[in-house]
Write a protein that binds this ligand. Structure first.
Ligand code: CO
Length: 146
């Protein structure tokens, strides 16, 4: 099936980051600093998602490590079920609302109806992994503080 991209209102700009679920953020920070050759540049708690995250810059992309602060959180359940591992791929979009509208029209199930505030100064929305070949997809738009 060929899609008509002529009327596309959005494009994904780039892979913004890859999210990796970990059990112990401090241990994983050390491991990833060794792997990537540079330490994380920030740690951020996202209360609404019950996660502590850290970020590593890798050229133009980022790696986000996520540790749950509550076993009932999405990351807590993920780690309990599957252990540590790749959790999501995040794509940068310029207009998250337009991207969400388009994806919904194309039959993708969104896990949140409205963009929500994520880590690293972003508006985010998640797309159901079952609709993306088993991979949880995050859309993120930079929040411009003006
Ligand atoms: Co993310």
């Amino acid at each position: 099936m060929y899609l008509n991209f002529q009327n596309r209102k959005y494009m994904f700009d780039k892979i913004e980051h890859i999210g990796i679920a970990v059990k112990d953020l401090e241990a994983a920070n050390e491991l990833y600093a060794k792997l990537l050759g540079a330490p994380h540049y920030k740690i951020e708690v996202v209360e609404s998602e019950s996660v502590r995250t850290s970020f590593f810059q890798v050229g133009p992309n980022k790696i986000e490590l996520l540790e749950s602060t509550n076993p009932d959180s999405a990351i807590g359940k993920f780690v309990a079920r599957k252990g540590e591992g790749m959790h999501h791929i995040a794509y940068a979009v310029e207009d998250i609302e337009a991207a969400m509208e388009q994806l919904k029209a194309d039959g993708f199930r969104l896990l949140n109806e409205k963009p929500k505030r994520g880590a690293d100064n972003k508006l985010v929305c998640f797309v159901h992994p079952k609709d993306c070949s088993g991979v949880l997809v995050e859309l993120c738009q930079e929040i411009c503080d003006s």
